[in-house]
Design a protein around this ligand. Structure first.
Ligand SMILES: [Zn+2]
Length: 81
């Protein structure tokens, strides 16, 4: 046991006891991991009342309607002045 400890200490001194991967990953494994590493464009739908592009299943930020009903108080230029 004492002998083992001496050996380990010697190895540490040489800097070869660091944890390292035993095998390199294959190209296939790397490619499979990276198959999910991409950005997708945000899908937008058209607002039926003002025809502005908006997020689907969301109230329109431009006119404040959802399914034909006014659900958001949208400040317009006429209301401000
Ligand atoms: Zn709208």
């Amino acid at each position: 046991m004492a002998c083992d400890r001496v050996e380990r200490d010697e190895r540490r001194g040489k800097g070869i006891s660091m944890p390292n991967p035993k095998r390199r990953h294959s190209k296939q494994r790397t490619a499979k991991r990276r198959s999910h590493d991409f950005l997708t464009t945000q899908s937008l739908s058209e607002c039926p009342s003002c025809h502005e592009r908006k997020l689907p299943h969301h109230a329109c930020p431009k006119c404040g309607t959802y399914k034909g009903r006014d659900v958001l108080a949208v400040a317009t230029k006429e209301q401000k002045s």
